[in-house]
Design a protein around this ligand. Structure first.
Ligand SMILES: Cc1cc2nc3c(=O)[nH]c(=O)nc-3n(C[C@H](O)[C@H](O)[C@H](O)COP(=O)(O)OP(=O)(O)OC[C@H]3O[C@@H](n4cnc5c(N)ncnc54)[C@H](O)[C@@H]3O)c2cc1C
Length: 511
């Protein structure tokens, strides 16, 4: 197959970009599972933007910079914040049904780190509503072809006369066959890396594939030490990755420990539960470690029960299915890996350091989030950069150079099918536990060194497996999470000071 745009991933970044460039040329979207299997589909809180007369760009910029702990690129912050209202207008025109007040204006939610109400939402199912509208629009757009259950395994590079370029990707199809898709522009929209950690709010697709494939062809990767842990994921033996949105704290929920003390008073006396995520997650971690408790509790039961059910229907129903009535009971919560601020380094148009290769959405590191992402800024970043990349492509045509450089997988001599899946599954477990225990919310150089060695050993074993057996998507994901884990550890070891989401005990012992 040969297309103008090969888009890898069908979340908000991939689908928004695809719809825009459909007018410029042929678009092929490959997506690892079904079209809606994405973090986008799970987003609850909403999208932040300046949407009310009492708010200002200056304040949204200031809140973003403050959350980012001095590490954001201010020019990028101003560009993204400035583009927010127009892009949200575009989503509304696509059919996204944001909740409105009686006067017809958007109902805006409040979240941690925001000095104003500025989060457009569809109750606690915002991502599902956005994904629905995008999937429907793509479905009726003749220029975009979507291939579900197709996984990008590696990028294909060319070494023509004009230097190294990305010319497409090797993709594993539904029946396990490997095929090459050539493209003038390849766009990584593969989302985050949450599955690198044992506990995560992320869906199963979040194995950092975009970052791994980009790293293997030499693209610059940055800020990998800044992994955001969401403070409040539901703690229940049967609940898998269920987030209790920040908006619940925004609407007045308080955090208490086992002794029913409102502990944020000790850590952030001013903003309390609405401090930025890094601070709230660290406070919870500290409370749990000190008391030995398995979780803390988020309590919104003092609010009117009708209001709770109306505002958070999804969270109410889900918790009730586990026997927790949030209108009466405190919700048991723990922090979990949620969002990667780092990723494939891009410029303002989403271009990576490899020619003809773009990265958008959570896969990218644009400079917006710095050391810590402000709540609800990631959906915003994805749509603003989809527009920027589209603008770039409409003005610049990329032409493929000849001469294919074979992807790493092409060179693997196939021998036999793996007969013991335990070889794969055991290593998944080792990586995820090692990262959780040694490279989590609070870090220490000695623990990072242990993790580095352990992951290096596992990577060696995975390489051996890949050499010996026929490739499966499970193996490819394992290879990717092991690489991403090592990138996170390396970056954490390189940053000596505690800043933003990277908190290292050797440099500071205050929390
Ligand atoms: C539970 C939860 C709640 C959140 N709430 C909010 C919120 O309220 N506001 C906010 O701004 N942000 C929120 N976030 C973060 C935000 O949802 C994500 O950062 C954003 O949706 C990422 O969009 P994306 O398009 O980059 O990636 P995703 O939406 O994750 O899409 C990635 C796509 O890539 C595909 N893919 C991955 N690897 C491959 C491969 N190798 N080959 C082919 N396809 C591949 C996947 O199948 C998927 O289709 C939340 C995240 C989670 C997990």
């Amino acid at each position: 197959m040969d297309v103008d745009f090969l888009v890898i991933g069908s979340g908000i970044a991939g689908l928004s970009f695809s719809l825009k460039v459909a007018g410029l040329g042929s678009v092929c979207v490959v997506t690892k599972k079904e079209e809606v299997d994405s973090a986008t589909n799970l987003a609850q809180g909403g999208i932040a933007a300046v949407l009310d007369g009492s708010d200002s760009f200056e304040e949204h910029v200031r809140d973003t910079l403050e959350a980012g702990s001095g590490l954001c690129d201010e020019e990028v912050v101003r560009m993204v914040v400035g583009g927010g209202p127009e892009r949200i207008g575009e989503l509304i025109r696509l059919g996204v049904d944001f909740v409105r007040r009686k006067d017809g204006s958007l109902d805006l939610g409040k979240e941690g780190g925001h000095s104003r109400r500025r989060v457009a939402h569809s109750l606690d199912l915002t991502g599902r509503e956005i994904e629905r509208a995008l999937v429907e629009s793509v479905g009726s757009c003749r220029g975009v072809k979507v291939f579900e259950n197709h996984m990008c395994a590696d990028l294909i590079m060319s070494e023509g006369g004009r230097g190294r370029k990305c010319v497409g990707a090797s993709v594993v199809g539904e029946n396990g066959e490997l095929r090459d898709i050539y493209a003038k522009n390849t766009v990584l929209c593969t989302g985050g890396v949450g599955k690198v950690y044992l506990y995560t709010s992320n869906p199963d697709i979040a194995t950092g594939d975009g970052i791994a494939v980009a790293h293997r062809v030499g693209a610059e990767i940055s800020d990998m030490e800044f992994v955001q842990f969401h403070p409040t994921c539901l703690y229940h033996p049967k609940a898998k990755n269920f987030l209790i949105s920040e908006a619940v704290r925004g609407e007045g929920a308080i955090l208490v420990n086992e002794a029913k003390e409102r502990f944020m008073v000790k850590y952030e006396p001013n903003r309390m539960e609405l401090a930025t995520r890094d601070k709230v997650a660290r406070a919870i971690d500290k409370e749990m470690k000190t008391s030995g408790a398995d979780c803390v509790y988020l309590d919104i039961s003092h609010k009117d029960s009708f209001y709770i059910r109306e505002r958070f229907p999804n969270i109410f129903t889900k918790c009730l299915s586990f026997g927790i009535d949030i209108t009466k009971d405190p919700i048991p919560v723990v922090p979990a890996a949620h969002y990667l601020c780092g990723g494939v380094r891009t410029d303002m148009c989403g271009r990576t350091t490899v020619e003809n290769l773009f990265a958008l959405g959570e896969t990218a590191c644009t400079g917006l989030h710095g050391g810590n992402r402000l709540a609800s800024n990631s959906l915003l970043e994805a749509i603003v950069y989809a527009e920027n990349a589209f603008q770039y492509c409409s003005k610049n045509q990329n032409w493929r150079a000849g001469g294919k450089l074979r992807s790493i997988l092409d060179t693997v001599v196939k021998k036999e099918d793996i007969d013991e899946e335990i070889l794969i599954n055991h290593n998944w477990d080792v990586i995820r536990r090692t990262m959780w225990n040694y490279v989590g919310i609070v870090r220490k150089t000695s623990r990072l060194m242990v993790a580095k060695q352990r992951i290096a050993d596992v990577r060696q074993e995975i390489d051996d497996i890949l050499q010996k057996y026929n490739i499966t998507t499970n193996m490819l994901e394992l290879r990717n999470i092991s690489l991403v884990a090592s990138l996170i550890i390396e970056a954490a070891l390189n940053r000596k000071e505690s800043v933003g989401l990277h908190y290292i005990l050797d440099s500071q012992e205050t929390i």
